[in-house]
Design a protein around this ligand. Sequence first.
Ligand SMILES: Cc1cc2nc3c(=O)[nH]c(=O)nc-3n(C[C@H](O)[C@H](O)[C@H](O)COP(=O)(O)OP(=O)(O)OC[C@H]3O[C@@H](n4cnc5c(N)ncnc54)[C@H](O)[C@@H]3O)c2cc1C
Length: 250
Amino acid sequence: MARAAVPGRLTWRVAKLAEARTETPTARTLVLDVPGWPGHLAGQHVDVRLTAEDGYTAQRSYSIAAPADGDRIELTIQAVPEGEVSPYLIDVYGTGDPVEVRGPVGGWFVWRPTSMDPVLLVAGGSGIVPLMAMIRARRAAGSRIPFRLIYSVRTPGDVYYADELRRRARDDAGLDVTYAYTREVPEGWPNPPHRIGVADVNTNGWPPALTPDCYVCGPTGFVEAVADILVALGHDPRRVRTERFGPTGG
Ligand SMILES: Cc1cc2nc3c(=O)[nH]c(=O)nc-3n(C[C@H](O)[C@H](O)[C@H](O)COP(=O)(O)OP(=O)(O)OC[C@H]3O[C@@H](n4cnc5c(N)ncnc54)[C@H](O)[C@@H]3O)c2cc1C
């Protein structure tokens, strides 16, 4: 991130929806135009603020799904049933509509293309969002750093960026993608549905001796379980970076 970007990070900016894509029946990607956007690193997030006509405001955090691209940022929102903000951003928020955005936020859960260590990404559900930004940043930088992604989803229909991930796993040398399904597996899948356990991380991750940088993102319980597994397998806790998608209302 450019140094000049830092002073503007906590400024609220008015963004407008440029385009939107449906990822799954319950998730939508928003491409926002944010004039004056200072740039960001893969893994960072923004605060989004909505203001009603009567002045009531609601603010939530959302990870940025793609590397810096001028004034554009991409977010992918999962609908939380009965939620205040996410259903609005998925079902109501339309092209050209304004929303306030502040960021980028976060300096620890980031991957820089200059990094030389292998990378393990472990995503639970919408936790794929900042990890996808890292996969895309790797591609954009032409990096050959070995990346492994373990992506836990409920069912095959819940995979975000499914076509792109298939393409990248085929075309991006050194990127391996493995799925773990918790409720329903694709036809012919070798394993029954299950939550990620030691065997998944051991088989599809990196040995600790290779000193990988590990990034774990998803619901709080998922993140804590996976981080514990990584440490139990011998990974240095300082190399296990976590991002919890807990409620952020305020
Ligand atoms: C750093 C960070 C990055 C995030 N990035 C993303 C992202 O990229 N995509 C995304 O979809 N979400 C992301 N979130 C979660 C997001 O900030 C909101 O919490 C989520 O959209 C729900 O907001 P809501 O207003 O719809 O629900 P609320 O009205 O806040 O909550 C409704 C109900 O759902 C529960 N709830 C709220 N949030 C969650 C949650 N995340 N998981 C399970 N239950 C919840 C609440 O406790 C409450 O009972 C991120 C959170 C953090 C902290």
